[in-house]
Write a protein that binds this ligand. Structure first.
Ligand code: ADP
Ligand code: MG
Length: 230
């Protein structure tokens, strides 16, 4: 049946993904094991311990992101009546301290919003992934615009930054799991975001001009076609 095929495809994708996680974790594990050997010999320097800590944090991030990815499946989402303004407010408050630290000005444009039927957890995670990427693109300050409006039966969200933009070769791979250009990145943020948006029945579009910044637009249906659940 259709359903069974979709399921086997999903399992294949998950298998590939798990192989990716294993691969990503192997590198930090190798250096952890070397550093522990050094420490046992009493030859580890304070810098070695710093590296050790960083590698452990890296594994922690990968595992946390992997769990987020595993939870992003449609069957795991709980659709309910959601006030988008509430979630936008929560996300804005969450990142405000970091934005201030980085001298990033937060600008919000919310207009004509009304409740929709979606997963509040998924919506929050989508927004967080996007605003975190925007902040990480502006270490020397800039502007982060968060816009939301209702249009044609959809909630339209836009996250725009004044960072360096995205080169074409990066853009092509941006949704790939584990693709990252950041030394501390996991490359899972946009892969998870893409999955969540699909599973909410929505669309995602990224526009970027090098040297000018990046805008990510999300469009989510106001009404879940399968009706409310849970
Ligand atoms: P991570 O943030 O861990 O690197 P993501 O999946 O969130 O993983 O993003 C993948 C890559 O896409 C980033 O490493 C970066 O190169 C690019 N990217 C994403 N958002 C932006 C942005 N707002 N500005 C510039 N580059 C971006
Ligand atoms: Mg990210």
């Amino acid at each position: 049946t259709h359903e069974r095929m979709a399921r086997s495809e999903m399992l294949a994708a998950l298998g590939q993904f798990a192989a990716g996680v294993a691969h990503e974790i192997k590198n930090p594990l190798t250096s952890i094991s070397l550093l522990v050997k050094l420490a046992r010999l009493g030859k580890a320097t304070p810098e070695d311990f710093e590296v050790l800590e960083k590698e452990i944090q890296r594994i922690d991030r990968i595992v946390k992101n992997f769990l987020d990815f595993a939870r992003s499946g449609k069957e795991k989402l709980r659709f309910q009546r959601v006030d988008p303004e509430e979630i936008l407010g929560e996300v804005t408050e969450l990142i405000r301290p970091q934005a201030k630290k980085q001298k990033v000005t937060l600008v919000t444009h919310f207009e004509g919003l009304a409740p929709l039927e979606t997963s509040p957890e998924a919506l929050k995670q989508i927004l967080l992934n996007l605003v975190l990427n925007a902040l990480e693109a502006m270490p020397e300050g800039g502007e982060l615009h968060l816009a939301a409006t209702l249009q044609d039966g959809h909630l339209r969200l836009a996250v725009r930054d004044t960072g360096p933009g995205i080169p074409e070769e990066v853009r092509q791979r941006i949704f790939e799991p584990f693709f990252t250009t950041k030394p501390e990145g996991t490359g899972l943020g946009l892969a998870i975001t893409y999955n969540l948006v699909q599973n909410l029945g929505g669309e995602i579009e990224i526009r970027s001009r090098e040297g000018e910044g990046t805008e990510v637009e999300i469009s989510l249906p106001i009404k879940n076609p399968e009706g409310p659940r849970g």
